[in-house]
Write a new protein. Sequence first.
Length: 158
Amino acid sequence: MAPVSTLRPWKNGSNMDLNELQEGTTIFIPVFQKGGLVWTGDSHCRQGNGEVNLTALECAWREIVMQLIVRKDMKLEWPRMESKTHWIMMGFDEDLNKALVNAVRETVDFLSKQKMVSLDRYEAYSLASMVADCRVTQVVDIRKGVHCMIPKSTFARK
């Protein structure tokens, strides 16, 4: 197995620099290699979306608790997160517009496959246009990042 760089963000996660990745957030990362390994690092005490000048307030993990679960029922192209309030889908590319397209495609895929409300891909795309908050994750790396956030309240029953 050839080494995989964690310098640049990509489908395998790597240097995502996502401000929303905080305590209590669940991250789902596609696995492309049987027996793939997990590495964490580049922890930030504070960072704005965009990480515009190659720096954040860097700090060391005091403690990190992880539970690794292989989800064979989940077919992902890009990393996804679940926070207390949102589902978050990511996309990366050297071209920021293509990074947005990748994040939106992942968002549409998520919305069309979620179990709360039945949606086809066209309806999911329309819903994404109404409720997804797509933000620039970071622009400091060669590969730019965009994440789209879907509020969990979108599917709240009253």
